[in-house]
Design a protein around this ligand. Structure first.
Ligand SMILES: C[S@@+](CC[C@H](N)C(=O)[O-])C[C@H]1O[C@@H](n2cnc3c(N)ncnc32)[C@H](O)[C@@H]1O
Length: 190
C-alpha cells in the first residue's frame, strides 16, 4: 500500500495548498543558508530543488517522486537512495538539507550517521521538520494517532522527537524558527 508520500500528484496537490498557506516561508529560510556542494535527502517531488543557488543533488528512495522532481528541476542530478545508505564518499557535501524527511526515515540513528559521514569539515545539516508535541497530552494524542497517520501518509510519524535524535547522534543544534510543532534548525557535528 502506497501512502501520500509515494503518490506524487497527491503529495503535490496537498503541498500546493500547504506551501501557499505558509510552508513556503519555511522552505525559503531553509534554503537561504545552503552553501557549497549541497545534498537534499528525501527531496520527494523536488519542491525545494529549483530554489537552490548552489549546486544541488536530490536523493529519494521513491522513483515516482524522483520522476516528478526531474520534471520540476531538469538540471538537478537525482539519485535513488535512502538516507541510511548514501552512495557518496565521506565529506562530499558542504550542506545537507532535510525537509520534512526524518519523520519518515526507518532507521533514524543510521540515517543521521550517514549525514555525519558525507558532511565535509565545517559543513552543516539544515533541517525543516515537524516534531513531537511538547505538551504531554498532545504527545500522547500523537502516539495514539501514529499508526493510522503513518499508514495514510506512507511512513510519516507525527510523534518523533527529531531534535533529540539529532543531538543524540552527536550534533550541536542552532534553532532558527519554531512554531507549534514545526522546527527549522541547523546541526553541526560536535
Ligand atoms: C514528506 S515528504 C518530503 C518531500 C520534500 N522533501 C518536501 O519538502 O516536500 C518525505 C520524503 O522523504 C522520503 N523518504 C522516506 N524515507 C526516506 C529515507 N529513509 N531516506 C530518504 N528519504 C526518505 C519520502 O520518499 C518522501 O519523498
Amino acid at each position: 500500500m502506497r501512502g501520500v508520500e509515494q503518490i506524487p500528484w497527491l503529495y503535490d496537490a496537498m503541498f500546493r495548498v500547504f506551501d501557499a498557506a505558509g510552508v513556503r516561508r519555511w522552505r525559503d529560510a531553509l534554503i537561504a543558508k545552503a552553501r557549497g556542494r549541497t545534498l537534499e535527502i528525501g527531496c520527494g517531488t523536488g519542491r525545494n530543488l529549483p530554489r537552490y543557488t548552489s549546486a544541488a543533488i536530490g536523493v529519494d528512495p521513491s522513483v515516482d517522486a524522483l520522476r516528478a522532481a526531474k520534471k520540476r528541476s531538469p538540471a538537478t542530478p537525482m539519485v535513488c537512495a535512502s538516507v541510511e545508505s548514501l552512495p557518496f564518499r565521506d565529506g562530499a557535501f558542504d550542506t545537507v538539507v532535510s525537509s520534512l524527511v526524518f519523520c519518515s526515515v526507518r532507521d533514524v540513528p543510521r540515517g543521521l550517521g550517514e549525514l555525519r559521514r558525507v558532511l565535509a569539515p565545517g559543513g552543516a545539516v539544515r533541517f525543516f521538520e515537524h516534531v513531537r508535541a511538547r505538551r504531554p497530552w498532545a504527545g500522547r494524542l500523537q502516539d495514539w494517532l501514529q499508526p493510522a497517520w503513518t499508514w495514510v501518509a506512507g511512513g510519516c510519524h507525527p510523534n518523533r522527537d527529531t531534535e533529540r535524535a539529532v543531538r543524540e547522534a552527536g550534533f550541536e543544534l542552532t534553532l532558527e524558527l519554531r512554531e507549534s510543532n514545526w522546527r527549522l534548525f541547523e546541526a553541526r557535528p560536535r
